[in-house]
Design a binder for this molecule. Structure first.
Ligand SMILES: NC(=O)c1ccc[n+]([C@@H]2O[C@H](COP(=O)([O-])OP(=O)(O)OC[C@H]3O[C@@H](n4cnc5c(N)ncnc54)[C@H](OP(=O)(O)O)[C@@H]3O)[C@@H](O)[C@H]2O)c1
Length: 272
């Protein structure tokens, strides 16, 4: 049986990709920078996407790769894509909406893959519901202070992104497809905080933070001012043009996409 290599297997999405592929009886190998600490229930091999030479053992006998790109630039992606193309037949990339237009690293990584000779499928999920875990400390204090409370997003459960990845990896007919994946509904950020409060049985208040203050804080955390400015511009745009909802998840999986309420229930312990 050919092997599927899962990168990002210790992360939000990859963790579920690895476990769901294993549950489907497929042969899975996980990539991690520190396999000893990864604690995954599947074969885990050391490799670092910023050091392409380290990927060789992980790519042995691999047919397909679930790939995420862990950086804010595409520097080095050419070597990684070439290493994968030298070994595997196809790649499923965890990309993002907006990748179709130049000017972001997702576009560049997709472009490299399109020209690599690999079969490919691009998954372009909307905002991850898991991003709201960044509010956990504030949720515990009862007030979330963040910019653009009226920005409406169609946040997606990481399990749904993983389920689509597994569906694509386990079935034919997805070569050359770019799927925009979203949750089933639009919720403003202030509403998201209310739903989290309901899931944990506590009232949590929203407070609008001036974007300039957020810019400073997020640049200190993310390190890339360009990425922070891009994120702030995107969130602001969702105040007047809510993030789109697509039917791709239900169409591919044959069941409704998981709601943010479901996600919050699944993660109530993370906010406790
Ligand atoms: N958050 C969003 O709203 C959103 C939306 C669209 C797309 N995305 C994309 O989704 C991806 C993040 O997915 P996620 O949330 O599931 O991941 P995550 O929870 O942020 O975890 C990051 C994963 O990447 C791995 N990783 C980090 N640096 C690495 C390196 N140098 N070499 C190999 N592996 C490395 C980590 O593995 P180890 O530490 O174990 O090595 C870990 O498994 C990013 O590419 C992001 O751009 C995010």
């Amino acid at each position: 049986m050919s092997t599927i290599l899962v990168t990002g297997a210790t992360g939000n999405v990859g963790r579920h990709v690895a476990s769901q592929l294993g549950a489907a009886g497929l042969k899975v190998r996980a990539l991690a920078r520190d396999p000893g600490r990864a604690g995954l229930p599947v074969e885990t091999v050391r490799g670092d996407l910023t050091e392409p030479a380290t990927l060789e053992p992980a790519l042995r006998d691999v047919d397909s790769v679930f790939l995420l790109w862990p950086a804010f630039t595409a520097d080095g992606a050419d070597e990684v894509v070439a290493a994968i193309a030298g070994r595997a037949r196809r790649v499923v990339l965890l990309s993002a909406p907006g990748a179709e237009a130049p000017g972001n690293h997702f576009h560049e990584v997709e472009r490299l893959i399109r020209h690599s000779g690999l079969g490919w499928t691009f998954l372009r999920p909307s905002g991850f519901a898991a991003n709201t875990l960044g509010w956990a400390d504030q949720v515990r204090r009862g007030v979330v202070r963040w910019p653009f409370g009226r920005a409406a997003r169609s946040l997606i459960h990481e399990k749904d992104i993983a389920a689509v990845a597994v569906h694509v990896l386990a079935s034919a007919g997805h070569n050359g497809a770019a799927y925009v994946l979203t949750g089933p509904e639009q919720l403003t950020q202030a509403e998201q905080v209310r739903v989290i409060g309901e899931a944990i049985g506590r009232e949590v208040r929203w407070e609008d933070q001036p974007p300039e203050e957020a810019r400073e804080q997020l640049t200190a955390i993310w390190g890339s001012p360009e990425f922070v400015d891009g994120a702030l511009r995107t969130w602001e745009s969702f105040v007047t043009s809510p993030e789109v909802v697509t039917d791709t998840v239900p169409r591919l999986l044959g069941r409704p996409a998981l709601t943010f309420r479901q996600w919050a229930a699944d993660h109530a312990a993370d906010f406790a």
